[in-house]
Design a protein around this ligand. Structure first.
Ligand code: TRP
Ligand code: ZN
Length: 489
């Protein structure tokens, strides 16, 4: 339905209006944000992307990135203009083949005005030609493009895409990807999914990667550098591609001793979460100096620091658990972050129990006992932590504790049915904590409102927990349990 408003005086101006296409009056600009209250400017309104094709070239010596993004999308409203989230320098934008005008606005908005307005429900093809030095661009005073001695890495949460490709940057708009990057011969380019081809020409080697399942923008990763790439297939049949910087120094052995277990751990997690949702798995360890790991889809990013104390299968379990909880089933909005981090942490607890390093109940009791009631830890609500506390310990540890409480409330049979059923229920989609509660209630037949409220939505330490007191008084090994919790993330 096109809404037409005839303003006073419009009839007198009728001759002027003849120059405007008949439908233009009802078309309006797409919103500069998708509507997430944690990050009002992230993502955009008015269209839905189905595929990104990124054909790029990167020069490690200068950090210059250039190329073309071709974006396939469909409009969700009548649009006079729309935004993409992006920071690099744009030289040309085309919409459905025709040159469009463009400008920048806000911290990271590229505003595109097509020659003719776009009707709701229309497939559109947007071509953006661009170049730039990502390490020189910032928004809100920060930059998440990580330079390394031999290249760079794009892996961050919730902001990573702005520095390397134009996008609708929010997990609500997932899409498939072809990422093809040319780098100087001798350098490798790593991205998500399967390596479709490599080809060499004029001193440049092109790596072409494909992600054939929907992927959130922040889970799309890119790393250029000197890597050793390994390939294998898990016992359960999942192809595994890992990459290690040739410059990992003393961390090299521990990194490989952890990440080379990806296939084994994918198969082990499948026992709890159901079939692995993607056509490839693996991880990469670049020579970055940041400390994190990130669940970039199918190709997890690990900082070498994760392996500084020795092997760390636990972090691999955490990031692989996210492939089900976070990547296949993505958040409807960032406030639902517990659906990612609580479950990835709980997977580490299951692994700890499997390894004989502390049971899930011992770890839950440890988290409960190690934070006194006046600890600020309890003021963060895992179910709605706020953007400034999105990745606080409470989201992870209290978040996993909440899952243990759920398990005790519904019983093991219902609990493990929920754990395995949920990733199927919302495979390749988006969900909220409310959706999860409704699903858990359906499977268990129990009303869980009070439980969720107590453990996820109260800014205080829940009282009267049926603690397994024996575990608190006489833990199997406090040291090991503390290490399992503290080393979790
Ligand atoms: N999601 C990551 C994890 O738990 C943690 C994380 C939060 C992160 N913010 C980040 C990682 C920024 C890298 C960069 O595994
Ligand atoms: Zn995590």
């Amino acid at each position: 339905m096109h809404r037409r408003i005839i303003a006073p005086g419009a009839l007198a101006a009728a001759s002027l209006m003849l120059a405007i296409p008949a439908s233009a009056a009802s078309h309006s600009p797409g919103a500069p944000g998708i509507g997430d209250p944690y990050y009002p400017a992230y993502g955009n309104g008015g269209y839905d992307v189905s595929h990104y094709d990124l054909r790029l070239k990167y020069q490690p010596a200068t950090d210059e990135l250039s190329g073309t993004a071709t974006i396939l999308a469909r409009t969700t409203q009548d649009l006079s203009s729309f935004d993409l989230d992006f920071l690099l320098d744009v030289s040309e934008v085309r919409v459905n083949g025709a040159k469009a005008s463009f400008t920048t606005s806000g911290q990271h908005e590229l505003v595109v005005t097509p020659r003719t307005p776009l009707d709701k429900g229309t497939p559109i093809t947007v071509v953006v030609r661009y170049s730039g030095v990502p390490s020189t661009k910032s928004a809100y005073g920060f930059n998440t493009w990580h330079r390394t001695p031999d290249g760079a890495v794009a892996a961050d949460e919730p902001e990573a895409a702005w520095w390397w490709y134009p996008s609708n940057d929010h997990p609500l708009d997932k899409a498939t990807y072809d990422v093809s990057v040319a780098v100087p011969d001798g350098t490798q380019a790593i991205s998500n999914g399967t390596l479709q081809s490599t080809s060499s020409q004029l001193g440049w080697t092109r790596y072409s990667w494909r992600q054939n399942k929907p992927q959130a923008t922040y889970l799309t990763t890119l790393a250029m550098g000197k890597f050793d790439i390994t390939t294998s297939t898990s016992e359960g049949g999942v192809p595994v591609v890992n990459a290690y910087s040739k410059d990992l120094g003393d961390n090299d052995g521990a990194a490989r001793a952890s990440v080379e277990r990806t296939g084994e751990l994918v198969d082990w997690l499948s026992g709890y979460f159901g079939p692995y949702p993607f056509s490839s798995a693996g991880g990469y360890v670049p020579n970055t100096t940041t400390g994190y790991a990130l669940e970039t889809q199918t190709r997890v990013y690990y900082s070498p620091k994760q392996f500084a104390k020795g092997s760390n299968a636990s972090v691999v379990v955490h990031e692989l658990a996210h492939q089900w909880y976070g990547d296949s089933v993505s958040l409807k909005g960032w406030k639902n972050i517990w659906l990612n981090e609580g479950f990835a942490t709980y997977a580490q607890w299951l692994w700890s129990e499997h390894e004989g390093e502390g049971t899930t109940q011992e770890l839950a009791d440890y988290v409960y006992a190690s934070h006194p009631a006046d600890d600020a830890f309890w003021t963060v609500k895992p179910g709605d932590p706020g953007p400034d506390h999105q990745f606080d310990d409470a989201v992870y540890d209290r978040g996993a504790l909440a899952i243990q409480e759920l398990r005790k409330t519904v019983g093991d049979d219902a609990f493990f049915a929920i754990l395995k059923g949920w990733p199927q229920e919302h495979a390749y989609g988006n969900a909220s904590i409310a959706d999860f509660q409704a699903y858990a209630e359906k499977v268990s037949g129990k009303s869980l409102g009070a439980l969720f409220d107590t453990w996820l939505f109260q800014p205080s330490k829940p009282a009267g927990v049926a603690l397994a007191k024996s575990a608190v008084v006489q833990p199997r090994s406090w040291k090991k349990i503390a290490a399992a919790v503290d080393g979790a993330h």
